[in-house]
Write a protein that binds this ligand. Sequence first.
Ligand code: HEM
Length: 368
Amino acid sequence: MLEIVLVLVALFVIYYTHLLIKWKYPKINGVPVHLPPGSMGLPVIGETIQLLIPSYNSIDIHPFIRKRIQRYCGSIICRSNYCLVSTQGAVEVKSAISRMIFNFTAKVAFGYDLENSKGEKIENLPNFIKSLMSFPLNIPGTTFHKCMKDKDKMSNMVRHIIKERLINSPDERPGDFLDQALNDMASEKFLTEDFIAELSFGILFAAFESVSTTLTLAIKFLAENPLVLEELTVVNETLRLMNIPPGLLRKALKDINVKGYTIPAGWTIMLVTPIVHLNPETYKDPLKFNPWRWKDLDQVTLSKSFMPFGGGTRQCAGAEFSKVYMAAFLHVLVTKYRWSKVKGGRITRSPILLFPDGVHIKITSKRD
Ligand code: HEM
């Protein structure tokens, strides 16, 4: 009996050693691959236990989603209402703006009203990002588990709204993004109630986290550099300097040769856009917040050296909406309000941008 166990253990060790060697030193048609330099880290876990790499390549629903988001964003821009709180005390900008955008997007996308909702209250979404980048181990006690629970709470809330909508006749519905998706269920096979709930959550998340982070940064930079010019140049400079996503993810569909190195098919590649945005040959003094530089940058340079919303066919579906929304927000801020930084402003990346001490401003209406 003992011999059999020993043989099995030996076979197990040989098999996994073989897999490990194959993974560490891959071959294509029997020829060893010259991999790009760098460490492979540990099997499965890689270099870090903190980074979860999302994949966008599930089913080919992307053109559909893109079209619907763009149509929806276009229609809501004119309904935007920027409610800035005028207060004698200090406001923590990131949470205030997150909440504002969360409420606004949830309301216009699927009719969720935070104050008057009857169902489950969603209080935690603005903190969702903190637990997003975690090792995908879904057992109680892990950050990932907490993150999934928050996401489920949100998707369930949308499911509840979907059920209510489906009871009502189509002409009683508000005609928002959710209604568009429900109407499309008849023609698009992949659109199930579950899918629409997850999609609505995804849009809410994509919109509120990225926009609120950019606006918080813009306000911080403006408070530290009070001479403002055009709002759009401030938005561009903020996106350039801080690069909200740490990079773009792509999957190699076939072996790719780059400068003598092979990236094997199936590998996930991260294009680190901050490197392009901080290239001193394009952006003089690249670490300096300088909205004025945008006056002199030509279109050709920009098309190659500015990609805060990604590029190609997978470019951000909310890019135009975000630029207009943020420029309009800053316009209202600088024309109608006075504000000054009280404390905070420290930024960390892990790998998303966080404000460990917040950005606290004192804000009052110019009419007061
Ligand atoms: C400051 C604001 C924003 C930034 C910096 C940003 C950035 C990005 C980036 C870098 C990507 C990946 C693109 C790629 O892989 O090439 C992306 C994808 C995406 N974004 Fe945004 N985003 C912002 C706002 C929004 C908003 C407001 C929405 C929705 C209303 C949105 C919806 C999406 C969607 C659906 C995708 C996936 C596109 C696809 O795979 O086709 N984003 N975004």
